[in-house]
Design a protein around this ligand. Structure first.
Ligand code: PMP
Ligand code: GLU
Length: 396
């Protein structure tokens, strides 16, 4: 069959694939525990759902402006001012169908064939594929656990070539949960300004930060870096709204215009009802958001402590998001249930098959010695999952 080489070269999202497999096993009646998808297990807060129901009843069921409603753009500007100290105008905001769509728009807006984007690894699975879909080349900078999964400025400098167009920053990070400090971001900002590089700053986990740490948006570190930054954010994670599909960008007005034009042909506006719900999320009470964050923090501490007490595996304490990267390098070459562990895929498949626990192998994150556990699930599940891990590793 004749098909696009570009589209054919893209593999399906492994995070979504694990989640689909887990859901299917559960539907088949299997006693499986899932730590796959990064999706809050909480329901969307009541006042947000009510706003959507009211929107339907009020007839907000028509097309909106392609790049989003004015009220939501204004609410995003107000949020950026209040949370990040940033001044943006509505013409600098584009509302899209989830932060994933915002990222696609952003790469599309700044890349020409052969342009390079620096992506620190371990990275969230979709970045590299999206860069390729937009004819760019991802240039991977490997970080180490010893360095807290953070790159150094020297590493960034060595990765820059005449083709480099942008640096991708995801802080707090999926999958490592690490957070860049203001000083570290300042160094990236200085480099980006000096070399005239864009920064795509994925801040979707900005409100899921623990241990009293604080999120800093790189765009807030000066007018020049603000002009070069495309902020990616959305309501999925903070407001437990993954299914509503609303994300947004904040950028200079020229980039926003280009993205808005493409979106006007590709998808038109994001769902009108979900936009109203997102408006309610951004402008409404925040107490439930804090409760969810505090619950994630408790789970994080439990998971990390338990994992580090189990022989053969270990992990760092993440500072944000809702993921733990479990280091399985000590298991490489060992035999469990008659299978030799050679990489994270083998481990994750065996763990799912024998212990009925779904985790994401690090392979898709360019971290073959790790598997990712999401703690966006109940404490009961977390305890059960770790009990199973303990028993699984005792098997010979
Ligand atoms: N960025 C990161 C780092 C993510 O983990 C996700 C979660 N899927 C997204 C972007 C996209 O979020 P959404 O499309 O649900 O808004
Ligand atoms: N971001 C989440 C994850 O990493 C959701 C799945 C996805 O969109 O890839 O699990």
């Amino acid at each position: 069959m004749y098909l696009s080489e570009k589209f054919q070269s893209i593999s399906p999202s492994p995070t979504l694939a694990i989640d689909a497999k887990f859901k299917q096993m559960k539907a088949d009646g299997l006693d499986v525990v899932g730590f796959g998808a990064g999706e809050p297990d909480f329901d969307t807060p009541r006042h947000i759902k009510d706003a959507a129901i009211e929107a339907i009843n009020a007839g907000m069921t028509k097309y909106t402006p392609a790049s989003g409603t004015m009220e939501l753009k204004q609410a995003v500007c107000d949020k950026l001012k209040a949370d990040n100290g940033l001044d943006y105008q509505p013409n600098q905001i584009v509302i899209s169908n989830g932060a994933k769509h915002s990222l696609m728009n952003a790469f599309g807006a700044i890349l020409n064939p052969g342009d390079e984007v620096i992506v620190p690894a371990p990275f969230w699975v979709s970045y590299t594929e999206m860069i390729r879909l937009n004819d760019g080349i991802p240039v991977i900078v490997d970080t180490t656990e010893e360095n807290g999964f953070k790159f150094t400025i020297d590493q960034l400098v060595s990765a820059i070539t005449p083709k480099t167009r942008a640096i991708l920053i995801n802080s707090p990070s999926n999958p490592t949960g690490m957070l860049y400090t203001k000083e570290e971001l300042q160094a990236v900002a200085d480099l980006a300004v000096e070399k005239n590089l864009y920064v795509i700053s994925d801040e979707i986990y900005e409100h899921l930060i623990y241990g009293g740490e604080k999120h800093v948006s790189i765009a807030s570190l000066g007018d020049k870096i603000k002009d070069l930054t495309i902020i990616i954010n959305g309501v999925s994670k903070t407001y437990a709204m993954t299914g509503w599909r609303i994300g947004y960008t904040a950028s200079n007005a020229q980039i926003a215009k280009v993205m808005g034009s493409v979106q006007s042909h590709a998808t038109s506006n994001p769902n009108s009802i979900a936009q109203r719900a997102s408006y309610a999320a951004l402008t409404g009470p925040k107490d439930e958001i804090e409760e969810m964050r505090a619950t994630f923090e408790e789970r994080r501490c439990y998971m990390v402590e338990r994992m580090n007490s189990i022989d053969g595996v270990s992990c760092l304490m993440p500072q944000g998001a809702f993921y733990v990267m479990m280091n399985i390098s000590a298991l490489m070459g060992k035999t469990l249930y008659g299978t030799t562990i050679t990489d994270a895929d083998v481990f994750a498949n065996l763990f799912l098959e024998k212990a009925k626990v779904a985790v994401v192998p690090g392979t898709g994150f360019a971290a073959p010695n790790y598997v990712r556990w999401s703690y966006a699930t109940s404490m009961e599940n977390i305890k059960e999952g770790l009990d199973r891990l303990e028993r699984f590793l005792q098997e010979k």
